[in-house]
Ligand binder design. Structure first.
Ligand code: ADP
Ligand code: MG
Length: 248
């Protein structure tokens, strides 16, 4: 078996005349934190959508733990342990944090039955211990809509953890968060990687944040893989600098 948990090979995805992903090849080793950067419109979110089965790809191969998943749909891929979070948070503002945690388990529960009946105590325990792990325990009975935006992002992350992902794709986790709180979020992400063993593949627009978080970074531009390397190398890469300046 391959040393990589996720292998993307020659992936192409177009929308009408727009080539959003053009022959993308990259790989993510098990248990690591890998970054994905690139200017707006460079195809980052499209690649995540392809990985989790949100839409079919036009060409190429996507393997998770050695198994081809590019022909699978979202629920099947989720059951294998591949989950994503979104650029915009998707929480229910009129439900408490614990309730949000409970309903976020469609991938491991039998769905509707548990939605309308009482949750078993182990689900509540799990929800509360994850909220504690992420520093939201004191807020667990508050309406999610009353949390700060940064706390809502943390809650969304906690909700993803309820499904015990093996690989979690995070789409701009620091977007919209007060800069003074970003370091705290980064520490939580690192801890969930280290303590829970979850592989993280992270899209970030905040270059300083991704330099601090990821050990290896892929950079896209115009739908293609521009370059990749460790953070200190990427930071000083003239192609990367030009891609960002050129996009402004
Ligand atoms: P990024 O996440 O790097 O900002 P995206 O993957 O969202 O980039 O978009 C890449 C390109 O694909 C853009 O030109 C965007 O307009 C286009 N695109 C993305 N999703 C769709 C879609 N569902 N329909 C049409 N075009 C899309
Ligand atoms: Mg995007």
């Amino acid at each position: 078996m391959s040393e990589y948990q996720l292998e993307v090979e020659g992936v192409c995805k177009r929308f009408g005349g727009v080539v959003a992903n053009d022959r993308i090849t990259l790989s993510v080793p098990q248990g690591r934190i890998i970054g994905l950067i690139g200017p707006n419109g460079s195809g980052k979110t499209t690649l995540f959508n392809s990985i989790v089965g949100y839409h079919p790809i036009d060409k190429g191969s996507i393997r998770f733990e050695g198994r081809e998943i590019s022909d699978m749909r979202v629920p099947e891929i989720a059951r294998l342990g591949v989950l994503r979070t979104f650029q915009q948070t998707r929480i229910y503002g009129k439900m408490t944090c614990v309730q949000n945690m409970q309903i976020s388990m469609p991938h491991t529960n039998e769905g509707l039955r548990t939605m309308f009946s009482k949750y078993p105590p182990e689900v509540v325990d799990k929800a509360e211990s994850l909220l504690e792990f992420l520093g939201l325990y004191a807020k667990r009975h508050l309406m999610a809509g009353d949390l700060s935006f940064g706390q809502q992002k943390l809650l969304e992350f906690a909700m993803a953890l309820m499904n015990e992902p093996r690989l979690l794709l995070l789409d701009e986790p620091t977007a919209g968060i007060n800069p003074t709180l970003i370091n705290g979020l980064i520490e939580r992400l690192k801890r969930s990687n280290a303590d829970l063993g979850i592989t993280l593949f992270v899209i970030e627009h905040n270059i300083r944040a991704i330099m601090n978080l990821a050990e290896h970074i892929y950079c896209l531009a115009h739908g293609q893989l521009l370059t990749s390397g460790p953070p200190d190398q990427i930071q000083n890469d003239q192609q990367v600098i030009d891609a960002y300046l050129g996009a402004k």
